[in-house]
Design a protein around this ligand. Structure first.
Ligand code: MF3
Ligand code: CO
Length: 254
């Protein structure tokens, strides 16, 4: 399948999916504190998604066993929630969630502090989020896809961190993963030209140390090879003729 251009009606549904997803993240953010389990976060996320009549898109996706990906410290993405994994003061936790509203998807991720964290770890979270906002300055019709990738990579590396290479962002719409793939580093060339109506999940994954990652025995959890911490930030973005529209982001929430 090639890149899909969404109609105004489809965009309207994706706006609603994204609006709901921003609330899901906000609600999950509110319960984060030392002593809760990663499963508690999954439960809360699932509850809020269902309260809007939406479907958690990750549940059973390629066999993934939960609704929310909860990745702690050196876990980069796709951490599986567990009742036994209790968050402690000083952890950082990345939450990745997806919802389906009337057949249309939204995908977003946020990284949170658990209680008081080190200045160093807060900086990792902040730079990761900021790298997304630097990247989307180029998310405009007429620019090329890898202009976004290149900008994210440069910003992250200029700040002394590294971008994960083995996982990438993606187009999104009726399906969670559509074309194109969106690396957070610059491949050869400039990539495809951006057109109004494209919807993209742009998601920098940033390691404090080296970019290499491993997969754990559970075949889901991706961790940094050097055990340094990692942060993740993602939104579903609509390309327009002007500024990009952030479908899963509400500046008054998270
Ligand atoms: N947000 C993830 C992504 O962008 C999807 C999680 S994979 C799942 O690829 F299996 F957990 F759904
Ligand atoms: Co995604």
């Amino acid at each position: 399948m090639s890149v899909t251009i969404k109609s105004e009606h489809e965009i309207e549904l994706m706006r609603e999916a994204g609006r709901i997803l921003s609330i899901v993240h906000d609600e999950m953010g509110k319960i984060i504190r030392p002593g809760i389990s990663t499963m508690d976060i999954n439960r809360r996320g699932e509850e809020v998604i269902k309260s809007f009549g939406c479907i958690p898109s990750f549940l059973n996706y390629q066999g993934y066993p939960a609704s929310i990906c909860v990745s702690v410290n050196d876990e980069v993405v796709h951490g599986i929630p567990s009742k036994k994994h209790i968050l402690k003061e000083g952890d950082i936790v990345s939450l990745d969630a997806g919802v389906i509203y009337k057949g249309y998807q939204s995908d977003a991720a946020r990284t949170h502090a658990v209680g008081q964290i080190s200045e160093e770890d807060q900086r990792l979270i902040d730079i990761t989020k900021q790298s997304f906002f630097e990247g989307i300055k180029f998310a405009k019709a007429g620019n090329h896809l890898f202009d976004i990738s290149k900008t994210i990579q440069k910003f992250v590396e200029d700040n002394g961190y590294s971008v994960v290479r083995d996982l990438v962002g993606h187009g999104i719409g009726r399906k969670l993963h559509e074309e194109p793939q969106i690396p957070n580093f610059k491949p050869i060339g400039r990539g495809m030209k951006l057109r109004p109506g494209m919807t993209l999940a742009i998601e920098p994954m940033v390691n404090a140390g080296a970019y290499e990652v491993w997969m754990l025995e559970d075949d889901w959890t991706v961790v940094t090879k050097d055990s340094t911490k990692s942060a993740h930030y993602e939104n579903t973005v609509l390309i327009t003729d002007g500024e990009p529209e952030l479908l899963s982001y509400n500046k008054d929430l998270l």
